[in-house]
Design a protein around this ligand. Structure first.
Ligand code: SF4
Length: 303
């Protein structure tokens, strides 16, 4: 026994610290702490996340929960219920989500409020043009719309999902531009911990994960790798048809504007036909960079 210390005491000493009930856990986590928390048990993570949810609960109104139907939103929704939190959950309908996702939300989460857009993604494309990593107009239309100011959002973002998310160090942030508070109670969770929680509490989840999908979200999203985009089009040929038709419609609309209004379109310089443009969209990485994340700070898109 080194220095006469009881091994049991030593074991307890070395255990990661879990805040006691009523105490607010630190909102800031650095990279080292993230690595340590990746080794925590599911129960340790659950305890900490519940404390975060409880300690930021607004006094006279509910949290504004963002629910996408992915595994991370599934986890934060279950954790919020365990914490006894007052949350109203919202699902932003994008009109290009996989049907399995919408079916899962409809069947398993009757309490979620569906926020429907004014027009479909493909109609909006006629006005806004080709969505790319640098010009993801669709996020602000389909993911951020209708979120009121001065609320506390509950999001299922996790640091392990992208380099950009790893740069954030706090579970509780305030965005001065959008005037929104955001809590991310499972920011430090790993994939294994997420699945460990889902299995342990036998929580229903979207069937696409059992098909091998690691993430679920908009089919054909410009933010995904080209291989994933193509895989999505293979899996949902109906969406592929709609995307392709949207490119043809966009081409025709811009031709019309050129003839009627004399307005040029940069795509005419780069491509000879709508088919060329469509094939480029399927296979290009849309000028991406690994820090150009699909997610704005307070929007839950895939999980
Ligand atoms: S997830 Fe992709 S396709 Fe969906 S709104 Fe965001 S950028 Fe657009």
């Amino acid at each position: 026994m080194p220095y006469g210390i009881d091994p049991k005491l030593l074991e307890n000493w070395n255990k990661p610290r879990i805040p006691i009930r009523g105490e607010r856990p630190s909102d800031r986590i650095d990279r080292n702490e993230l690595e340590i928390m990746a080794t925590w048990t599911v129960d340790q993570q659950v305890e900490r996340s519940i404390q975060i949810i409880k300690s930021h609960q607004p006094q006279h109104r509910p949290y504004y929960g963002c629910f996408s139907g992915g595994k991370d939103s599934t986890v934060i929704k279950a954790l919020s219920r365990m914490a006894g939190a007052n949350v109203i959950w919202h699902y932003n309908v994008t009109t290009i989500d996989p049907p399995e996702v919408t079916r899962y939300i409809y069947q398993c989460h009757k309490d979620v409020v569906w926020l429907k857009p004014e027009m479909s993604f493909f109609r909006a494309m006629l006005t806004h043009g080709v969505p790319t990593r640098k010009r993801r107009w669709c996020c602000s239309i389909y993911k951020e719309r209708d979120t009121p100011k001065d609320v506390i959002l509950v999001l299922g973002l996790r640091a392990s999902e992208s380099p950009r998310r790893r740069l954030q160090t706090s579970d509780f942030t305030y965005n001065t531009n959008t005037r929104r508070y955001v809590i991310t109670p499972i920011r430090s969770w790993t994939d294994e911990q997420v699945w460990g929680f889902i299995k342990k509490y036998n929580i229903p989840y979207c069937s696409l994960y059992d098909e091998g999908f690691l993430r679920v979200g908009c089919v054909g999203c410009p933010m995904t790798e080209p291989m994933n985009r193509i895989a999505g089009f293979e899996r949902w040929p109906g969406y592929r048809k709609m995307w392709r038709r949207a490119f043809y419609n966009l081409w025709a609309e811009n031709l019309r504007k050129k003839h009627v209004l004399g307005k040029d379109w940069t795509m005419f310089d780069r491509f000879n036909s709508p088919e060329e443009l469509w094939l480029w969209y399927c296979t290009s990485d849309n000028y991406g960079s690994d820090l150009d994340d699909c997610y704005t700070d307070d929007v839950d898109m895939f999980s």
